[in-house]
Design a protein around this ligand. Structure first.
Ligand SMILES: Nc1nc2c(ncn2[C@@H]2O[C@H](COP(=O)(O)OP(=O)(O)O)[C@@H](O)[C@H]2O)c(=O)[nH]1
Ligand SMILES: [Mg+2]
Length: 209
């Protein structure tokens, strides 16, 4: 069997601070969101096999932007080989302890603008650090997405930090907190690229539908 998904190319397109600045070209979108430091930039770099496309560890408090990356995939599903393009959309992180109320409200509006009436959005990866139970802000984000009808794929980052048994315990805990017995949480390690082919498969299936 030769079924695989390959990233042919990826490129940074633009950073937007409002809706008017979103790319003109209409492509399906897959978004990534999570608390700051959850490993979002690392995951995007790992997924796209790029060392430094999404900048890691940006200083908190800097202007928050929505970053669009255009990705071309080769999807090998015997007997067909398909090509598909999409935007990988890097959303600003949440959960800085130091963030003011005003900044939080601003962020909220900004994020809602992205999620509202976005026909191009296929699903959103909600990143949770596998070592910790989801926090209140994660649950709030999850509920916000569900309320807006956005399909969510929970991804447990930094899976290399735990052994197999502890991983299973934490994945179950995430499912329990989000109350999603029917959904799978995808473990991902950006340092080992574990979970990469699974995530590419989910993306490919979604693009082919
Ligand atoms: N061990 C390990 N460390 C990771 C992983 N992903 C991210 N990190 C580390 O976690 C920190 C935050 O990562 P970053 O990608 O900048 O997080 P972001 O703020 O969500 O974009 C950095 O020090 C990364 O090296 C991972 O899969 N495994
Ligand atoms: Mg980052």
């Amino acid at each position: 069997m030769n079924e695989s998904v390959t990233v042919i190319s990826s490129e940074y397109i633009l950073s937007a601070v409002n809706r008017k600045q979103y790319p003109v070209e209409q492509l399906p979108q897959i978004a990534f969101i999570g608390r700051s430091n959850v490993g979002k930039s690392s995951l995007i770099n790992s997924l796209l096999h790029r060392k430094n496309l999404a900048r890691t560890s940006q200083t908190p408090g800097k202007t928050q932007t929505i970053n669009f990356y255009k990705v071309d995939l080769k999807i090998n599903r015997t007997p067909d080989i398909e090509r598909r393009s999409f935007y990988c959309v890097d959303l600003p992180g949440y959960g800085y302890a130091k963030t003011s109320k005003a900044n939080r409200a601003e962020w909220s509006k900004f994020i809602d603008q992205y999620f509202t009436e976005n026909d191009q959005l296929l699903f959103t990866c909600l990143l949770i650090d596998i070592r910790h139970p989801p926090m209140t802000s994660d649950l709030a984000m999850f509920n916000r997405l569900v309320e807006r009808g956005v399909p969510v794929l929970p991804v447990a980052t930094k899976s290399d930090k735990l052994g197999p048994t502890a991983q299973q315990t934490q994945l179950a805990l995430i499912k329990q907190t989000f109350n999603i017995p029917e959904l799978d949480v995808l473990p991902y390690s950006s340092t080992k690229n574990e979970g990469r082919s699974d995530l590419l498969d989910v993306i490919a299936n979604s693009l082919l539908q």
